[in-house]
Write a protein of this length. Sequence first.
Length: 183
Amino acid sequence: MQVAFELGSPVAFLIECVTDLQESAIKFVSYEQSKRFLAKYWDCVSDVSELSSSSRFFAGGVGGITSQFAIYGLETLKTRVQSEIGPAQGMKAVKAMAKTMWQSGGIRAYYRGLTLGLVGVFPYSAIDMGTYETLRRYYCKSMKVDEPGVMATLSFGALSGSIGAASVYRMSPLSSLRNGVDG
């Protein structure tokens, strides 16, 4: 996000903010809903806190896939604007690129490479959300608190995101392949 703003493109910064907010909100909501579903129908437990580690892992992956699918079209548009037009061209350039993409392939133009994107995001999100939840649970249990404080939550998020990214770093050929398909 910061890079887009520093390059002088308020439009790119705005698009980045919109996609990040949507992606995070959708990921957490679908993660929580997936946990409830898996608790009831897979683990057969009445309390989500009793959910198995594998179910938390799977719910994290579902959250990532759901959010990625929801914002993928806007992400593709943003990438095309930044790479083909330049970051400081304004909203007219974004509208022109959206129109060009639509004319060149309709909705498919916005979702090229989606399958590989989903394949790549599932393990990252599963590890990220699963690790976050595990750190949070163990912290609360060891500190005998119901909810962790802000700094602990921030630390868990940073650590789980780093672990998720480092764990799937080897899958970067999928990212390269997907970006080739996007173009």
